[in-house]
Design a protein around this ligand. Structure first.
Ligand code: FAD
Ligand code: NAD
Length: 401
């Protein structure tokens, strides 16, 4: 009898955890399972602000896929997905193609530019190991360049972070920790360096607990970060950012963190999307496509209590992987009753660099060192779910305090 073919696209939080759960439940005995990813490693997107600023080596945030997944049980293909031909049940890769009976899409996100001119050409983004290595190298190069100039151009040491959502704030936190070290290394006075956090909304971290936002802003300001709140960016040019209020900031480093949209592969493959994300059914399948599951940043799910989409997070992607793998297992066993996905949001914790963080867990507010320790525990917990204690010991954040 022919085994059903299961293809998982993307080895991020969603895809990697789905593969790992299917392996643990021995689903490979009843199905041919294939995982496809651009790289031969898995990285933790939620840690990327650290290697971007250079406060953590990027190897800490990644692991070889075959060090976690048994490739005798789950076939791994290192290739890039180009298109999904859902009506032919086929995936087109750069170097080949695959047929499937069931597909899991976990291709993650792309930066949201809102069509603002110049962003793609002139700004960096925090989205992969390759993109953050470039940011780290560029920042260091700016410091190295400064003293080399006869006439000093201050824009070489001006850093603009566009958007003060969680990604922007976490990156600014790391950057403001790194700058004093770079100043020391390159003999530059701290006052020469400018870091701007530019936010369109009336507050940084719009919608988050006000007290915690104030704590974060005060802390970052004390490290020399200048906030420009209520100030949408309207254009990015080579070496400058134009603000809606008419002001311009000259900066040789612009990091774009104004939010995300789902992988463009999904809309280019003819799925109906909102900001690149598919509003999935309760069992995580795409509407009208019983054979396609969509998880993580590519999926849109509504918080019915407030009738708005849940923000896309790793927390949700991981939980969806559990439901998705259970549902695939059920389908290959011939069951028709599938599990409904119910997110169980434990809270939000954001790092601010060094041993600082803020968090809201249940109704408990966390600040400073204790928040930072909880953040590391969350990072370690994921490693534990994926690869048990050995992976925690190898890649985890073991210095909690
Ligand atoms: P990802 O984990 O991004 O994985 C997508 C995978 O698909 C990648 O491995 C990529 O290489 C691969 N891929 C993409 N395109 C292709 C292609 N064409 N072909 C083959 N492979 C491809 N969320 C939290 O819950 N808590 C946090 O503290 C938190 N912190 C964050 C900090 C930062 C700096 C950022 C940027 C995000 C953070 N998030 C956090 C959000 C979280 O990272 C995402 O929601 C989560 O990564 C989504 O998981 P995913 O599986 O959908 O995508
Ligand atoms: P986001 O959408 O949460 O924040 C983007 C910010 O950019 C918003 O505050 C928005 O007002 C601002 N913005 C939009 N257009 C702008 C413009 N033209 N000029 C200036 N500012 C502008 O996006 P994100 O921070 O990239 O986060 C993406 C997802 O990842 C979110 O769901 C977030 O919750 C999650 N995340 C979570 C954590 C954490 O839990 N610690 C950390 C990072 C990201």
């Amino acid at each position: 009898e022919k085994k059903p073919k299961i293809v998982i696209l993307g080895a991020g939080y969603g895809g990697m955890m789905t593969a790992s759960r299917l392996q643990k439940s021995n689903a490979h005995r009843d199905a041919d399972i294939t995982l496809v990813n651009k790289h031969n490693y898995h990285y933790q997107t939620t840690w990327l602000h650290e290697p971007a600023a250079g406060t953590l080596h990027h190897d800490k945030t990644r692991m070889k896929i075959d060090s976690v997944i048994d490739t005798n049980k789950i076939q791994f293909i290192k290739d890039s997905v180009v298109e999904i031909k859902k009506d032919e049940k086929k995936v087109i890769l750069e170097k080949g193609e695959l047929d499937y009976d069931y597909l899991v899409i976990g291709l993650g996100s792309e930066p949201e530019t809102f069509g603002i001119p110049g962003v793609t050409e002139n700004a960096f983004s925090i989205r992969s190991v390759n993109s953050v290595r470039l940011i780290r190298e560029h920042i260091e190069y700016m410091f190295a360049s400064y003293n080399k100039q006869d006439e000093k151009h201050e824009d070489v040491l001006t850093f603009v972070v566009a958007g003060a959502g969680f990604t922007g704030i976490e990156f600014v936190g790391e950057l403001s920790e790194r700058i004093p070290e770079l100043c020391k290394e390159y003999d530059i006075a701290r006052e020469k360096v400018k870091v701007y956090s530019v936010e369109a909304a009336p507050s940084a971290l719009p919608g988050f607990d006000e007290e915690l936002v104030e704590y974060a802003m005060n802390l970052l300001e004390s490290r020399g970060v200048e906030f420009k709140i209520n100030t949408p960016i309207k254009e990015v040019q080579d070496g400058r950012v134009l603000l809606a209020d008419g002001e311009e900031i000259k900066a040789q480093t612009i990091v774009w963190t104004t939010g995300i949209r789902g992988s463009s592969i999904i809309e280019n493959s003819g799925f109906e999307t909102m900001r690149g994300r598919v509003k999935v059914d309760k069992d995580l399948r795409a509407p009208d496509h019983d054979d396609v599951f969509i998880i993580g940043d590519c999926a849109l799910i509504i918080n019915e209590e407030i009738n708005r989409p849940y923000p896309p997070t790793a927390q949700i992607a991981i939980q969806q992987a559990y439901t998705c793998s259970n549902n695939i297992k059920a389908l290959i066993e011939g069951k028709t009753e599938l599990e409904e996905f119910k997110p169980d949001i434990k809270g939000t914790v954001a790092s601010l660099g060094g041993k600082e963080a803020i968090g809201l867990v249940g109704d408990r507010k966390l600040y400073g060192n204790s928040a930072s320790a909880v953040k590391k525990l969350i990072d370690n917990r994921y490693l534990f779910l994926l690869g048990g204690m050995p992976l925690v010991l190898k890649k985890g954040k073991l210095n909690l305090f």
